[in-house]
Ligand binder design. Structure first.
Ligand code: SF4
Length: 445
């Protein structure tokens, strides 16, 4: 049984904070970074740096109302041209980077399993043509369980995909109707069975709280049904209602959304059930079995955070391909143009399709490390960054949070107590030099 939210915490739960999959967060990127600068950054990647590649497939067969991703509806006619352009973008980037070892490949979207087996293999072979794939390659893909087929699963196995992440969100029909994504549990069971039969045993499920019509009972039954399928990892996200950014979210009945206190209780209920089922908490919102790479990374303190969420180690450079994809190099961040047709036109003209980015200053780099430590380890020792005295504005912002128990400050060590884990984005935001009231983010919980 979860106790209700302490009323003095409510104002904190209602505050907004970035998700900190980057620092600065993407809304603070600017047009100062263009394709020419990105090209020079790519050329400066050290020869021995391992690369992590992200391929963004922006298409879906249906658009779910709750979705905040950069996605487009298609009946499939656009896909062959899209694949051709993606291969051209890989050519452009690979020519600038030169031959490198690739330690990670991640296919995200959108719906990567909208690609046919032939299209997927064309892209995979193209990557293998340009780059050296590490023998212990971490190769993962996001899948819509409604569109998993035996032919696709066999293709992934052939290509060495070794982790699949399935979007489940909520498994109750009335919640699925209210969120605009109907997905019977039987389809999920069948997709998981196909993946396991093909030898893919590392499975991750995405679940959500804060959805319209969703009750504590719905959360509990979803977790029980999901964990019956024994995934090694679970990511538990709070639904971020931001219809000013995503028009499709206007379909969602705002009156059916839980308030901040109910969201907090749902998140805590989910956390308690998952803990009882043997899953360890990873950072803010992930859970893993003790033998999973993420749980091991927490113990070894090698956990990192990037646009894919939590990862067990840090590659030398993360390179994103496809519309809206973000790249992280030592010098800074870049983001591709999100509109597919514009992205296509720029790539086909032989230029890198960069819309915006950010050059990291020395101050950005140290704040990024502090925020990442808080998001991964729930603690940071400021002694490595000049001590408390180097961050007077952050310490001032943390003082009321410390008074209310959201954070503990002992000398230079700033720590989020385990029971205050849901507030670690707020604690991290104290170190965010770009935080301002004009940028709207999602609720802190
Ligand atoms: S939730 Fe997945 S399938 Fe639905 S619109 Fe978003 S990316 Fe597409």
């Amino acid at each position: 049984m979860i106790a209700g939210m302490d009323p003095h915490l409510l104002p904190y739960a209602e505050r907004q904070a970035p998700r900190y999959t980057s620092y600065p967060s993407a809304p603070h990127f600017s047009a100062d970074v263009d394709g020419a600068l990105y090209q020079s950054w790519l050329g400066a990647i050290p020869e021995n740096a391992a690369l992590s590649l992200y391929l963004h497939i922006p298409y879906c067969k249906q658009l779910c109302w709750y979705c905040g991703c950069n996605t487009y509806l298609t009946r499939g006619r656009d896909i062959p041209d899209f694949v051709t352009t993606l291969m051209t973008e890989i050519d452009l980037v690979a020519s600038a980077v030169g031959s490198h070892n690739v330690s990670e490949i991640h296919w995200g979207g959108g719906t990567p399993n909208i690609l046919s087996p032939r299209e997927f293999l064309r892209l995979q072979h193209h990557i293998a043509f340009w780059f050296d794939l590490a023998p212990a390659l971490s190769h993962s893909i996001e899948l819509d369980p409604r569109h998993v087929t035996r032919a696709l699963v066999a293709t992934y196995a052939q290509a060495g995909v070794n982790r699949a992440s399935l979007g489940l969100q909520d498994l109750n029909p009335h919640v699925q109707m209210a969120m605009g994504r109907v997905q019977p549990y039987a389809q999920v069971v069948e997709a998981v069975a196909m993946l396991r039969e093909a030898g893919m045993h590392d499975l991750s499920f995405d679940l959500m709280y804060g959805l319209p019509q969703q009750t504590d009972h719905d959360i509990a039954s979803t977790i029980r049904l999901a964990t019956d399928l024994a995934p090694n990892r679970i990511a538990l996200f709070g639904y971020a209602h931001a219809p000013w950014l995503k028009r499709r979210q206007r379909m969602i009945d705002t009156d059916a959304l839980p308030n901040a206190a109910a969201r907090f209780e749902q998140a805590e209920l989910a956390r308690a059930i998952l803990r009882d089922l043997g899953y360890e908490s990873i950072g803010l919102d992930h859970f893993a079995k003790p033998d999973d790479a993420l749980a091991k990374a927490v113990r070894a303190r090698t956990l990192h955070r990037n646009f894919q969420g939590y990862v067990p180690s840090n590659a030398g450079a993360l390179i994103g391909f496809g519309p809206s994809a973000i790249s992280r190099l030592t010098a800074g961040y870049t983001q591709n143009i999100p509109a597919v047709r514009t992205w296509q036109r720029i790539v086909e003209s032989g230029r890198l399709p960069i819309m915006r980015g950010h050059t990291q200053s020395a101050d950005d780099t140290r704040r990024e490390a502090i925020i990442e430590a808080l998001m991964c380890d729930l603690a940071v020792d400021l002694a490595s960054f000049g001590g408390q005295a180097a961050f007077p504005e952050a310490m001032k912002a943390l003082a009321p949070l410390a008074q209310d128990g959201l954070v503990e400050i002992n000398g230079d060590v700033v720590r989020v107590p385990p029971n205050m884990r849901p507030f670690c984005r707020l604690v991290a935001s104290a170190f965010d030099a770009y935080a301002n009231s004009e940028t709207q983010h999602s609720e802190a919980i």
